[in-house]
Design a protein around this ligand. Sequence first.
Ligand SMILES: [Zn+2]
Length: 106
Amino acid sequence: MTITREGDGGKEAVRVSLRQKKCTVFTLMLGVPALLYLIAMALERTGLDVYEAIPAMAFFAVIAGVLLHVLWMRCPHCGSWLERNDGEYCQNCGKRIDWDAKPGKE
Ligand SMILES: [Zn+2]
């Protein structure tokens, strides 16, 4: 049986490991603003209106990154926020965190 990544009304959620989530969060918080900064540099002399909106876009990317960090970076055992914990064990319950485990797998 093959699992489709899209469709099915999201019932069959895409299995994403904590490591992948963390990667997404940091791309949002660092990669997107960096990219926007480069775009801003390129647009600086054009005087386009988009240029004005770039700081706000970067700001929202960072906010979204922070929100996703709080939502996703949680201990699979007790559900507490891992904050900047990169270690193998949860700072709250002390259980091992499997950064590559994909939830839903039996
Ligand atoms: Zn825990």
